[in-house]
Design a protein around this ligand. Sequence first.
Ligand SMILES: [Ca+2]
Ligand SMILES: [Ca+2]
Length: 496
Amino acid sequence: MLEFGRRIIAAGGLALLVGGAAAAAVPRPNVLFIVSDDLNNMLGCYGDRLAKTPHLDRLAARGVRFERAYCTFPLCGPSRNSFLTGLYPNATGILRNAQIFRQTIPDQVSLPQAFRRAGYFAARIGKLYHYNVPRSVGTDGHDDPASWELELNPAGVDRLEEEPDIFTLSPGRFGGTLSWYASPKADAFHTDGMMAADAEWVLKRCAADRSRPFFLAVGFFRPHTPYVAPRDPYFGWHPVETMPVVDGIAADQADLPAPALGSYKREQDKLTDPLRRECRQAYNASVSFMDAQVGRVVDALDRLGLAENTVIVFTSDHGYHMGEHGLWQKQSLFEESARVPLLIVAPGRTAAGGVAAAPVSQVDLFPTLAELCGVQAPGNLQGQSLVPMLADPTQKGRNWALTQVVRRRKGGQFFGYSLRTPRWRYTEWDEAAAGRELYDHQTDPRELTNLADDPTHADTLAELAGRLRAAVADTLPAAGTIPEVKPGGWEIILQE
Ligand SMILES: [Ca+2]
Ligand SMILES: [Ca+2]
């Protein structure tokens, strides 16, 4: 017998809500999964007073904002392969860009693929798996065809026309290097603007034909370099003279082991304070531009009457430095690089305006969405469901997050791992042989004072080291070793 009020997932893709004598059929929830690229937490809804992100702030108020959400690996490819499979990078084997988990664990069912198997229409617009930005914009990038039924790859003026006008620290290079441009062209001419229009188009189709629920993934390219965004209004919202420059770098770096600064690029020696301000202006403008595109997509969802039955997730693939510790961009294990924005709106399931403070990981997204939508997830997922925290944001769940990077040196490589608890960040480089860091977020939210060698914190350090090693061991797959990337070309692997 069915109990009143219990949700039953039927094979045909409908959830039956049994309430009293009359059973009303309600469609299974849709998913709108929005990922921004290289976006840190410099957003209005995260308390950043320089940011102008009205649409994300509005979205945060509709659901739960995760105050301490972390990526598993602060680099596009490893991070995206991780959260789109629900596995840590040590289990996907994807530890660098331009690879896909089909080269390591080809039979693993991805997040969107699980929704497809459950009868969902799964569509991708823009960057979900790795892309070379900007070179691959307008193509499938390093995509996984099994994940999607529909893929849309627009390319705007930022890709097709404006590259000669972009300022860059390394001439001719735009993707990995700091580069920016205030475009005279309006939103609709830019790739992310075209993607928002495409998302509206897909949502119209989904609203007109509700026979299947949808999983629509929209991967905006901004604020990834080059920071190309419409000059009007976005650059104007961030006057260059009001942009801050981080100071005290030399004193801050004095207590750091070398690998902590391993993501620094020599070309960044060219930065002067005026260039640092321009860089921050262009980044902030790109964030505001992306924010406007998110607003457009969410407005379409509202206007089409889809919002009341659509779970919305907004996140980024990793954080991003704007000069903290002398670092720019990604691939560090500091808070600014490891932390990501995470907003989840689940109608009827989320405490609107809730703020969840416990540390969570993006590896938790797959089990969360699977539970919210009654979709069967693979048995080997390594994260936790965040559904209890959506209903009650004071819930703590696992209450820590683990982030890793690879550092390469002559003749090999080693890992850095960082454990974030509610109070502490503890980082080990090459199993502590290449250094350790300990930061107390209660007194040092900017992670300026490395306490690893402070004897008054020796017990804390020892406890965190034990927890970190246990957490690292749990990132490995059942076989106990990191899966190897199969040799050979991309197309050959996908055709096997
Ligand atoms: Ca990225
Ligand atoms: Ca320091």
